[in-house]
Write a protein that binds this ligand. Sequence first.
Ligand code: MLT
Length: 406
Amino acid sequence: MARINDNYTKLPGSYLFSDIAKRVTAFTAANPDRSIIRLGIGDVTRPLAPTVIEALHTAVDEQAVAATFRGYGPELGYDFLRQKIVDVHYGRLGVKIATDEIFVSDGAKSDTGNIGDIFAADSVVAVCDPVYPVYVDTNAMSGRAGNYQSSGHWDRVHYLNCSQENGFVPEIPGPGDPVPELIYLCFPNNPTGATISAIDLKEWVDYARRHGSVIFYDAAYEAFITEDLPHSIFEIEGARECAIEFCSFSKTAGFTGIRLGFTVIPKELKINGVVLNSLWNRRQSTKFNGASYLTQRAGEAIYSEQGQREIRETIAYYQNNATIIREGLLAMGWSVFGGKNAPYIWLKTPQNLSSWDFFDLLLNKAGVVGTPGSGFGPAGEGYFRLTAFGSTDNTNMAIERIRTLF
Ligand code: MLT
């Protein structure tokens, strides 16, 4: 008889954002006349940049003619896009990356979820708490996380506490602590909106190099940085020997529906002489047939001068929403974090409400959807996340409704 991967049966409930979507659908079915403002999942609402639309039209027309038609593309990405990533994305940071260190994909979620494939099944993993659930759930699926505990933690995962006290930036494990082999870091952070300084990031890089650990650095929100902070871990000396970086077009250019991202694995990154770039290349060319030609042409378009101008305007629009939320809640005397260099605003729930109680209250009484902090891990209990990706009208209205409610 066939047997299932038992690790799936250990996963608690459904994926966080599916769970929220189900609750909201049930609420709207029961209350069809209520207007709902969705500031839950970080999904963008502004249309694609005109330059991107034009590139998509051109690429579609090419597919209509035998002479320019493209079938399977290179699994790891077309050179026209990889070269632009090297020249523009990393060039502006003064970071040197080779085109064959870039793996174009359908997004950072898939890559952060799949990267574990090339590491030992019993590797010791460290994640922040609170954490983007994909990092934990995918390790649970592969059996690396062990068993789920009533505390909300997995028994084989090493959790790095992120709290108000440490500014939501994890501390380096101390001398007696277990040494994680794989360390997930995300800055600007999802869900807390916290950022990491170059000095603190350098400490993590030094730690990883000392112990032979690998850092998985999720830079999906780097475009929202407004202050003098690292956009890429490869701005930090030594990172090429210990880090893999994940980048996304979703929040940078509104590609949540189109799907496009890339992962960078420097060739210096080796374990016992094995080059991880080659392993990931083998994995991707076997399991992935590449992001679509249309999507990659759309991605290339954001790197033109006009494309850069257009995506910056949209990012500024969301940054303004973040300010509206942040300042609106601060004016109510609430404890509010993030939202300065990040599209996420992390708030302490008022009146000591639990994260889910606050979620229900906001949905039922204000028609505003957010994400309960406890969905990101036990350390998120008593916190709540709002995103800046709505329309400005809805963002203003949401804050007004919250103000009226409290
Ligand atoms: C989020 O809301 O945390 C993100 O949008 C989810 C994602 O990027 O997959």
